[in-house]
Design a protein around this ligand. Sequence first.
Ligand code: C2E
Ligand code: CA
Ligand code: CA
Length: 653
Amino acid sequence: MSTEEKLNIALKIGFGLVLLLLVSSMLIGLMQMSATNNRLEKIVYQDMVKRELALSSSLALYARLNKFHEMIMMSDVFEQEAESHNIRKLGLVYLDIRRKLEELAESDKERELLGNIREQVVKARPYTEKVITEIIAGDKDKAVTILRDKAIPNQNEVIDRINEYISFQKSEIDNAVKEAIDSYHETRLLLLLLGSATFFIGIVISIVAIRSVSIQAKLLQHQAMYDGLTNLPNRALFADRFNQAILYGRREKQSFALLTMDLNRFKEINDTLGHEAGDTVLQAAAVQVRGCLRESDTVARMGGDEFAVLLATATDLNGSITVARKILAAVKQPVDYKGQKLEIDASLGIVMFPEHGDNPDELLRAADVAMYHAKEGQSGYRIYDEELNDGMVSHLVMQNEIRDAINNNELVLHYQPRIDFRNNTINGVEALVRWQHPKHGLLAPDKFIPQAEQSGLIKPLTYYVLRESLMQCAEWKARGMTLPVSVNISAINIQDPEFPGQVARLLEEIDVPASQLELELTETAVMAEPVRAVECIKKLHDLGLQVAVDDFGTGYSSMAYLKELLVARIKIDRSFVTDMIDNHNDAVIVRSTVELGHNLGMKVIAEGVEDQNVWDRLKEMGCDGAQGFYMGRPLDPVEFLAWMNDSPWSSDK
Ligand code: C2E
Ligand code: CA
Ligand code: CA
């Protein structure tokens, strides 16, 4: 689980807890309120009422005693009768009150106290009756004596019991009040604790939330500024630093260096071993380059396999060259990918501010031009100079231009003869495209084919080349020359399901037998999409034309695999051929390729034969055919005809 996810979970738990605490505080508060209400009710409606009732009952008894005195004072028998009636009525009042008290009684203690009262009343009753009888009988003295000696003391006993009851009720009220206050204190404490906990947790989650937001903001900022794969600054951040460096350089009159770099065999690795391998290489390169730089320098990934380095402290060319060499050496370190050692190297273009430009676009373009030319040299780096610019065309402009070039017939084909070792005569030609550029002159294919591949324009381009070369083939045939022609096709073509159909239609339209056409595709192109390549090659093969694998030895394909591909010919890459006399390794590679190819039933052609020694050696090795400047350079159709007319390799001779 990422830190981010953990933080989110913690936040949710925190919020949940705060909510829970708030709800429980509320519930506890409400419960406390209703408990207090109950207590107050009890105090008011029961204890107070009971006390009042008890007081009234004792008042009723006092009143009755008074009535006895009044009755004794009376002389009229009727009045006395009436008064005795009042006395009984007061007795009933008392009884009524006591009954109510007994109904309200809740505790045993209350009932016991009421029982005591009742007991005393029962004891007192005969004496009070006696007093009334004696008064009515006219014996007032006896009545007074009974009243004084018996009835009043008894009555006082009753009143004492009632008072006992009253003080009990009073203590009950006091207890209830005390309990209410205690529970109020307890609840207040609990609410205080809950409140503090809520407050504390609230503060904590606020801090966590703020932190997580700021972490996420930082992450987003990082993503906007840094490349996700290599963690190097991206193009945007680089542009910013580059601008800063230029502003600073202008103000302080200080120069600095800009290096652009790309990896030489990156596309090949990506295509043959997959993106994961490509990613591993890019990450390794990023680490290695970073390791060669100072803290104040910037290396950024500009996209794909392109990097840019800003050497803020390199004030002269020598310093920049030293760093460039260091970078090149570092990048050369083999990269481990699933136990396989991948070897890559890089090309670097170097420019200085302000000598080579004083704005970002100019400097970047110049560095790109220099880098492009670095690929041709041995050292791996190149310092920009004006002359490099000639013949170099900026990528962007070119894409639109390529489209126009195809439509305006600016593409021309040169033909290079292929010589058969059996009879030392030409047995075919390879069509090689060039661009007769209105401004830059004749451009070699490596100056625009990669761009055409990137933009998809390679499809119309290949179609154009196929059409032109088949028409050329037909024209030669009309002149009596039967020359099979080889056309280079790119990886994009073999992935295009419409391609075989297009080839078939062209053959039919121009009326050239399929056996006169050979298609060359590089080993790398085959391995980029092996399944599709097999399908496509099968279809092309079924049309009756032949397929050759070009630049053999530079890719990662296995011979066994090629056998399945129905490949007629393999062409050994010229990098192994040209120096094979001096380079023993190259010679070994060429020899074993020839043998292996033959074992698999394929013809083997060598490219890049530049002198007789190589020619002889190849012949001796049993190679089937060869191409190269020694026998013939690629020539335009007119030159080619001239070559055919007087070359020792031409079949006519
Ligand atoms: P490639 O298919 O390997 O073509 C052979 C290249 O080797 C040609 O370069 C040719 O001029 C050069 N060459 C021939 N003999 C010698 C020699 O003895 N020594 C040296 N040093 N070089 C020799 P070119 O014409 O510049 O073509 C370069 C590449 O451009 C071709 O390599 C091919 O991959 C690509 N290309 C050319 N035309 C087309 C095309 O119509 N379509 C596609 N897709 N690619 C093309
Ligand atoms: Ca070729
Ligand atoms: Ca080749």
